[in-house]
Design a protein around this ligand. Structure first.
Ligand code: UT7
Length: 323
C-alpha cells in the first residue's frame, strides 16, 4: 500500500500585516525585511480566530478537492505548535466540527517540521494497513505568541493552515519515503518559555509567553540540516537530484531557500516560493505552498515532489512524493 495525496486545501486569515505596518511598531524597514527575509506581508489571525478555525476551513477545502465526504476519513492528524489550548488536542476539536464520531484524532508537535513528521506518520499508518483515509493538517498561529516589540521575530511569522487528504492506493504513486531528524540539545534556539508545565501561564510574566529565537544560529544549522535531509532522502529513494520535478521547502527565509538551492544545484524555477505573501507560517507553510503549487498547475501526475523543512526542536526532515 502507498499513501497517495488525493486532495489539498488551505486557509489564511483575512487580516494582512504589511512591512509598512511593522515600520510603525518597531525600528525596522520594508527594505531590511525584504532583503534579509524575502517577506513583504503576512497574515494575522483575529482575536477570536484560533488554530482550529483555520485548520477546519483548510480541511473542508481539502475534502472538497478530494471529492470525498468527511465521514470517509478514518484518522485526523494535526501538526501544530500553537493548539487552541493545552488540552484537548486541536485535532479533536477539528474532528468534532467535522462530525466524525469515534474517529481517532491527535496532534503532533514538531513545530516548522510538523507537516513532514505528520506526513511520515500518515504514510506509516497507511503502509501498516491501520487506516485507509487520513486527514493531515498543518496549522499555526504564531503571531499570537509573537512580541510586537521585538523586531528580530515579529517581522518573520504569519498565520495559516494547509491540509491534505491521504488515501491508501495500490497504484505506484504517493509518499515514496521520508527522512526525519531532531537535535534536542538545541531546544533553546527557538522556544516559548512559559505556558507549559515548566512555567504555567498562571505564574508567568507576560514577556515569557512570547517566542524567542536565536535567528542567526538557526539560519546556519537550517541550511546544513535541509541539505542533509534531502541528500539522505534521495539516496534512500535511489533518485538523482535532477529526477526531482519540484522542490517545496519550508518558507522560513528566502535566503535559506536560495542557499539550499545553490548547494543542491537546482534551477530557481524548480523551487516553489511564496514567502513574500505569508511569511513563516510554521507547520502550515509546506501544505499552503503545496496547495498553491497544485492550483497553479505546477505539479502534474507522475512528478517527483520534494518537501523539506527545518524548525524548533530542533527538528528537520524531508519527504518525497510521486504525484
Ligand atoms: O522556521 C524555522 C526556524 N526559523 C528560521 O529558520 C529563522 C532563521 N533565521 C533568519 O531567518 C534570520 O537570522 C533573521 C531574519 C531572523 C535575521 O536575519 P540576519 O541576517 O541573521 O540578522 P542578524 O540576526 O544577524 O542581525 C543583523 C542586524 C542586527 O543589528 P546589528 O547588531 O548588526 O546592529 C540586528 O539587530 O540586523 C538587526 N535586525 C534588524 N534590523 C532591522 C534584526 N532584525 C531586524 C529588523 N529590522 N527586523
Amino acid at each position: 500500500m502507498q499513501a497517495a495525496i488525493i486532495g489539498t486545501g488551505a486557509c489564511v486569515p483575512d487580516q494582512v500585516l504589511t512591512n509598512k505596518a511593522l515600520e510603525e511598531l518597531v525600528d525596522t524597514s520594508d527594505e531590511w525585511i525584504v532583503s534579509r527575509t524575502g517577506i513583504r506581508e503576512r497574515r494575522r489571525a483575529g482575536h477570536d480566530e484560533a488554530s482550529s478555525d483555520l485548520a477546519y476551513s483548510a480541511a473542508r477545502h481539502a475534502l472538497k478537492d478530494a471529492g470525498i465526504r468527511a465521514d470517509e476519513v478514518d484518522l485526523v492528524l494535526v501538526a501544530t505548535a500553537t493548539p487552541d489550548m493545552l488540552l484537548p488536542s486541536t485535532a479533536c476539536i477539528v474532528q468534532g466540527r467535522l462530525g466524525l464520531k469515534h474517529v481517532p484524532a491527535f496532534d503532533l508537535s514538531a513545530v516548522c517540521t510538523g507537516f513532514i513528521y505528520g506526513l511520515s506518520t500518515a504514510d506509516a499508518f497507511i503502509r501498516s494497513g491501520a487506516y485507509r483515509t487520513i486527514l493531515l493538517i498543518g496549522v499555526d498561529t504564531l503571531t499570537k505568541f509573537t512580541d510586537y516589540n521585538d523586531r528580530t521575530t515579529c517581522v518573520i511569522f504569519g498565520d495559516g493552515a494547509g491540509a491534505i487528504v491521504v488515501r491508501a492506493t495500490h497504484e505506484k504513486k504517493g509518499v515514496v519515503g521520508s527522512t526525519l531528524y531532531a537535535d534536542g540539545s538545541k531546544w533553546d534556539y527557538i522556544y516559548v518559555p512559559a505556558g507549559g508545565s515548566r512555567t504555567p501561564s498562571s505564574v508567568a510574566d507576560k514577556t515569557n509567553c512570547y517566542l524567542r529565537m536565536k535567528g542567526h544560529d538557526t539560519f546556519k544549522v537550517a541550511v546544513r540540516g535541509l541539505e542533509q535531509a534531502i541528500v539522505d532522502l534521495l539516496e534512500r529513494c535511489h533518485l538523482s537530484p535532477d529526477e526531482v520535478d519540484i522542490v517545496i521547502p519550508h518558507q522560513a527565509n528566502v535566503r535559506i531557500i536560495e542557499a539550499l538551492t545553490r548547494k543542491l544545484g537546482y534551477p530557481p524555477e524548480k523551487v516553489f516560493v511564496n514567502i513574500e505573501r505569508y511569511g513563516n507560517t510554521s507547520a502550515a507553510s509546506i501544505p499552503i505552498a503545496l496547495d498553491e503549487a497544485v492550483r497553479a498547475g505546477k505539479i502534474k501526475s507522475g512528478d517527483n515532489v520534494l518537501l523539506a523543512a527545518f524548525g524548533s526542536g530542533l527538528t528537520w526532515g524531508a519527504s518525497l512524493i510521486r504525484w
